[in-house]
Design a protein around this ligand. Sequence first.
Ligand code: CTP
Ligand code: MG
Length: 386
Amino acid sequence: MTTARTLALIVAAGKGERAGGACPKQFAPLGGRAVVAWSVDALRAHPGVGGIYVVTGADQHDQLAAALDGRTVDGVVTGGADRHASVRAGLEAIAAAGGCDNVLIHDAARPGLPAAVVDRLLAALRDAPGAVPTLACADTLTRRSADARGVGDVVDRSTLLRIQTPQAFHFDAILAAHRAYTGTPATDDAQVLRAHGGQVLAVDGDGRLEKVTMPEDFSRTEAMLGPGRISRTGMGFDVHRLEVGEELWLCGVRVPHDKGLAGHSDADVALHALTDALLGAIAAGDIGAHFPPSDPQWRGAASDKFLAYARDLIVARGGVIDHVDVTIICEAPKIGPHREAMRARIAEILAIDIAAVSVKATTTERLGFTGRGEGIATQAVATVRL
Ligand code: CTP
Ligand code: MG
């Protein structure tokens, strides 16, 4: 008996508009790797999967390569304007390369793929040309009211299923169904096979397969994928002297003031303390060890480089940054008006949710060097999971 050849087809050509963010969600970092890399790793590790094709946007090939971070796949295919077109492009590429027996069509935006779901899908393909992971609906379901402002009639949830991916098919059946399909673009492939008369079985899905769709889904998914990591805390402290004629940079934000901080780089005392806190959390030395003040290349450098470097070290170790907290100690300027901009800038550099970034300020009641306005001190604490 020969074993069936099964290929995985991951669709990663979307724009991720609802998720917002600097790059499409499938390429965004999540728990130490890009979202799409989780599915590649899970499918590669499954003994029933013999190869992986990834579909990406015409202008996304570089982003995909960066997200795969050295992982190789069997084919990269350019997708289309909607998911339906992207799947079709992937199926045609597999067909052109000789086809296969079974195909698992999977959304890159579902990074939490348990091996048991793949087992159930492949088992079901012995009985039908299609199989999909499904979940029952736990909440009460209703229609919207006619004016869409309220709720309307209850829909019997026992008759409904939520459908996830991967969706598994006999390759020739789903290819023929896609080629024959003439309806409006389909949101999944089970409906394409059914439109062509093919039977699709429901197997048990898994909560971890929930799709990353909205911005808030990232932290929920990260928490789901991250159990087993150990939480570690690092702290940092830094001081720079205030001098006339210098620019004042705090938390990566230019703050108007009659003096600025002097020192190595742009002297952003807050980012330096925060960088040390992150390095401390992974026991990776201090900022001076990585960026020696004696090295001329760091003269006047923007300190966001140092912070991004510390983040990259954590990500490279498979770590997750859970939270950072910065306390700026100075008599002036007032930090309050700049606090939100500072939080946003740190969140951007660290690629974490702004809700996980705290910026606080305090004075020392005119006591000491900060009280006399001779300098600014900053403390920072960072919590990461490794
Ligand atoms: N997808 C695709 N090609 C498209 C559109 C979507 O390959 N033209 C992929 C997405 O990358 C994602 C999956 O289909 O992995 C599910 O789509 P969805 O969650 O809607 O992702 P996006 O279309 O990227 O997000 P949005 O609709 O919010 O823009
Ligand atoms: Mg979409």
